[in-house]
Design a protein around this ligand. Structure first.
Ligand code: S3P
Length: 173
């Protein structure tokens, strides 16, 4: 039985908050990929994008997914772009269970407008520009996100329903 759970989904879908809660409730460890990259690099995500470029950040995402794939009893909240390059969605699916937290563009925009986290890809965008960007990116990323083992509605999502879903589908948590 694999015991790795990858939460995937767009920026602002609540992966980190839900992931930390889920891990606590099922007694698994928790890793937030962006946070791990920041700690390892000694730089913030916006700093990495600005100073080293997105390509370097994506390479580190790749390396971290490979590294985390060797672990057990772990919930991982991935960066929004992580499953969408370097065949990472297949690697995640091969080594664990992926859960796509799906939200409509309008809900994502609302959350992102109020978020305190600095995100290089959406920095400085107006509300309309943000909404247009989300529509565009979701179109690009949809073919990756929909490869997830499970897709859940992210509106009012509680960890209890995530646990039931994982249990229902044969996972012991
Ligand atoms: C990104 C999402 C961010 C972070 C980086 C790039 C993306 O993570 O990895 O800014 O490409 O969607 P969150 O999804 O946690 O915001």
């Amino acid at each position: 039985m694999d015991t790795l759970i990858f939460l995937i989904g767009f920026m602002g879908s609540g992966k980190s908050t839900l992931g930390a809660k889920l891990a606590r409730q099922i007694g698994y460890d928790f890793v937030d990929m962006d946070q791990l990259i920041e700690e390892t690099a000694g730089m913030t995500v916006p700093g990495i994008f600005n100073e080293l470029g997105e390509k370097v950040f994506r390479k580190w995402e790749h390396d971290i997914v490979l590294e985390l794939s060797l672990r057990d009893n772990l919930v991982i909240s991935t960066g929004g772009g992580a499953p969408c390059h370097s065949d990472l969605i297949s690697i995640m699916n091969k080594n664990g269970t992926t859960v796509y937290i799906k939200l409509p563009p309008e809900a994502l925009a609302k959350r992102l407008l109020h978020s305190k986290t600095e995100r290089p890809l959406i920095k400085g965008k107006s509300e309309q520009e943000l909404l247009d960007f989300i529509h565009l990116k979701l179109k690009e990323r949809d073919s990756y996100y929909k490869q997830a083992t499970h897709t859940v509605d992210g509106i009012n999502l509680q960890t209890g329903s995530l646990i039931s879903l994982l249990e229902e589908r044969g996972r012991q948590v």
